[in-house]
Design a protein around this ligand. Structure first.
Ligand SMILES: [Zn+2]
Length: 318
């Protein structure tokens, strides 16, 4: 079923696991990801990013992503990752994406807030969710997702107090943070600032997002999730897995595309399954009670309201 990000990330935040965002710029990727999520009974976030649009235009991608999400037996969010322009985000919402990221992280702070707040109001009017980014996640050399190689990434790490202010003023549903992570394949093993993740998680009340997940160790992921990450973005690992499988299958010049497609789908599926298990979202599809995202005190208030209404009704009928 097609859902927005709150429906999968609020339970993840509460129960300390993470849901993966896997970019699906073609049908092999999308089929592999959905297959993995259904096999593992896991919620999943699928989509594309503005910098990936040359490989699959937004509209064409939406033609398969949204029906596939609706038909899936697990909750699927269709998300625009790193929307860089206002118009791209609006187009995604109009096409039926259930979530967008509006990345204004290289704008000055107040400008980032102003633009993202405006988009948050629009996204919410569509029943969609929105992710913002504070601090700036850079790119490793050769990353498909961008070419902002930062000389000193720690200068762009997310500040916890600013994060609190940012979330409050923009109304974002999820926040991408910069804590030593980068897009693409890492040349040197990354060092995540776990203490910063923990502090931000205690300071803001929306789920936190870790970009640039490909290349982190299993240990890194587990600790990042323990400290408060609820969404992890993965692209490089599934992208590479698909091509490796196709190369292995391409044993002679008589092989055609239909020999390679099933191999790519299977490789994406297996790689996605590994990540789903690592993030702990396996078995989490469809087990949410109806009021799963309400706090205990909200639930208590709701119960009292219902009880009062029932009492009024009974009085009127006696
Ligand atoms: Zn990213």
């Amino acid at each position: 079923m097609l859902v927005n990000m709150n429906e999968v990330l609020l339970p993840a935040k509460r129960d300390q696991y993470a849901v993966g965002l896997f970019n699906a710029v073609n049908l092999e990727l999308a089929r592999g990801i959905i297959n993995a999520a259904e096999t593992m009974q896991s919620p999943v976030i699928m989509g594309t990013a503005e910098v990936l649009l040359p490989y699959g235009p937004l509209e064409e991608v939406s033609y398969y992503l949204i029906p596939m999400a609706k038909k899936a037996r697990v909750p699927v969010v269709i998300h625009l990752d790193h929307g860089l322009n206002y118009d791209t985000c609006i187009r995604a919402l109009k096409l039926g994406f259930s979530s967008v990221m509006y990345d204004c992280s290289i704008d000055p702070y107040e400008e980032n807030i102003r633009k993202v707040k405006e988009m948050a109001d629009i996204a919410h009017s569509y029943g969609a969710t929105i992710e913002g980014e504070l601090g700036h996640v850079g790119d490793n050399e050769g990353s498909a997702e961008g070419s902002s190689c930062l000389t000193d990434p720690s200068q762009y790490y997310t500040d916890p107090e600013r994060a609190r202010d940012y979330v409050k003023r923009t109304g974002v549903d999820a926040l991408a943070i910069a804590v030593g992570n980068a897009h693409g394949a890492y040349k040197l093993p990354p060092k995540l600032d776990f203490k910063r993740i923990r502090t931000i998680a205690r300071t803001v009340d929306v789920p936190l997002v870790l970009h640039g997940g490909s290349g982190l160790t299993d240990q890194d992921f587990k600790q990042a999730i323990r400290e408060g990450i609820s969404k992890v973005n993965i692209f490089t690992d599934i992208n590479v897995a698909a091509v490796k499988a196709e190369l292995e299958k391409f044993t002679d010049m008589n092989k055609g595309i239909i020999d390679l497609i099933p191999a790519a789908v299977e490789a994406v599926k297996q790689e996605s399954i590994k990540k789903i298990q690592l993030f702990g979202s396996d078995g989490r599809a469809g087990r949410e009670p109806a009021f799963g995202s309400l706090s205990a005190s909200d639930l208590e208030k709701l119960t009292q309201l219902v009880a009062a209404e029932v009492a009024k009704y009974l009085k009127g009928n006696s």
